[in-house]
Design a protein around this ligand. Structure first.
Ligand code: SF4
Length: 114
């Protein structure tokens, strides 16, 4: 389930990109696999959905939305569930590394005290 606390506020400007999506008139089954679908059938579904996303004028907005709210299901912005999970995990690792590095920074006024 998506973490709804991360959803944008319910104002039109935060959602209007969806009106321009290339998937707007397409069946949702193209972008969301049924429970338990695996193997070539799922891979083919993802490939076809990603091909639609590749033509979409709002692919960046869609991708950013899916990553920011951590959409758990479907193809969004040309990314599968697994694609998004990898990106989110990488971002978490990078954020953690940056936090550790910034904690190790010695303030300039202390560095010259010795
Ligand atoms: S990027 Fe893909 S899922 Fe997102 S709006 Fe466009 S076609 Fe739909």
């Amino acid at each position: 389930m998506a973490e709804i606390s991360r959803l944008p506020r319910p104002v039109l400007s935060a959602w209007e990109w969806q009106e321009k999506g290339a998937c707007r008139e397409l069946p949702t089954e193209m972008f969301f696999h049924p429970d338990g679908e695996r193997g070539p059938r799922r891979a083919n579904r993802e490939k076809n959905a990603k091909a639609v996303c590749a033509t979409c004028p709002v692919i960046e907005a869609c991708r950013q939305h899916a990553l920011s709210v951590q959409e758990p299901y479907g193809i969004w912005g040309g990314l599968s569930e697994e694609d998004r999970q990898l990106i989110i995990e990488r971002q978490a690792r990078e954020s953690s590394r940056e936090s550790r590095l910034s904690a190790q920074v010695i303030p300039l006024h202390m560095d010259s005290a010795s």
